[in-house]
Write a new protein. Structure first.
Length: 272
């Protein structure tokens, strides 16, 4: 994966993930400089930046225009509404746009897809390279383990402050099950109890403490069980993936991309 020295705009610089991205950009030798964009709620964080490569940008539009002139890209960890707006600004500027904001509604996701006609958009609910590999393994396992004989259950745990449930990563793993089985998609069981329906994908959600993230996908048969999983120990791994995606996106034509595209991970249908 080729990485070209670049300038990055960090949208949502005052948040936990924005701070982690700035930390990673400071360490990454291919990042020349960063423009930090703060929300009004984190205005106080603009004073005394601890990153030698970073400076504060006036606003998102200004930052996007500047980084695109340097051949750079933008990384967004904000809110669903802000991410959709930033995607349209990126399209207008022709700036590669990497989005890790979760909880996007259909209309907000559509904004990202619309933007991808004019710039490279890399979207992921989880920028962990390990999770991208897990999704590929889950898809392959689902293609081998018939839904008639194996039930699929997805369990996820996160910190007490996470708003969306199930997590975007859990839903992505459900989609991997669906792709492997050739079905429309995994169904959310929510709080409904009782006997499970044929081919249904279940989700279990736990929130507490400072858990960064843990995901398990279980294929349960009558006499055996297979479990695939991933555990995150630090937000740094998400920031590392997002920065790598931004450096990669700088060399891509307009289009809608995933971490799997960046890693050249094939679908189970292509693997055979």
């Amino acid at each position: 994966m080729k990485e070209t020295p670049s300038t990055l705009a960090v949208l949502g610089a005052g948040g936990r993930m924005g701070q982690a991205v700035l930390d990673e950009g400071e360490r990454e030798q291919h990042v020349l400089s960063m423009l930090a964009v703060f929300s009004p709620e984190t205005q106080a964080s603009q004073e005394g930046l601890r990153w030698s490569k970073a400076r504060v940008a006036k606003d998102a539009a200004t930052a996007l225009s500047e980084v695109v002139s340097c051949g750079g890209a933008a990384i967004d960890f904000t809110t669903p509404e802000a991410a959709a707006h930033h995607a349209l600004l990126a399209a207008k500027a022709g700036c590669p746009f990497v989005c890790g904001t979760t909880g996007l509604a259909e209309r907000e996701m559509l904004s990202l897809r619309d933007a991808s006609a004019d710039c490279a958009v890399v979207y992921a609910a989880n920028f962990s390279l390990g999770v991208a590999t897990l999704a590929a393994l889950v898809e392959r396992a689902a293609s081998l383990l018939s839904g008639d004989e194996f039930d699929a259950e997805i369990f996820e745990m996160h910190h007490r402050y996470k708003k969306d449930a199930p997590s975007g990563t859990a839903l992505r793993l459900g989609e991997a099950v669906a792709r492997g089985r050739g079905t429309r998609g995994g169904e959310r069981r929510g709080e409904r109890g009782g006997m499970r329906e044929h081919g249904e994908v279940g989700y279990g959600v736990l929130r507490g403490g400072g858990i960064v993230g843990e995901h398990r996908v279980m294929f349960a048969g009558r006499d055996e069980r297979i479990t695939l999983g991933h555990e995150s120990f630090s937000r740094a791994l998400f920031a590392t993936g997002a920065v790598k995606a931004a450096l990669w996106a700088c060399g891509q034509p307009p289009g809608f991309y995933s971490v799997a595209d960046m890693l050249k991970i094939s679908s189970s249908k292509e693997l055979g």
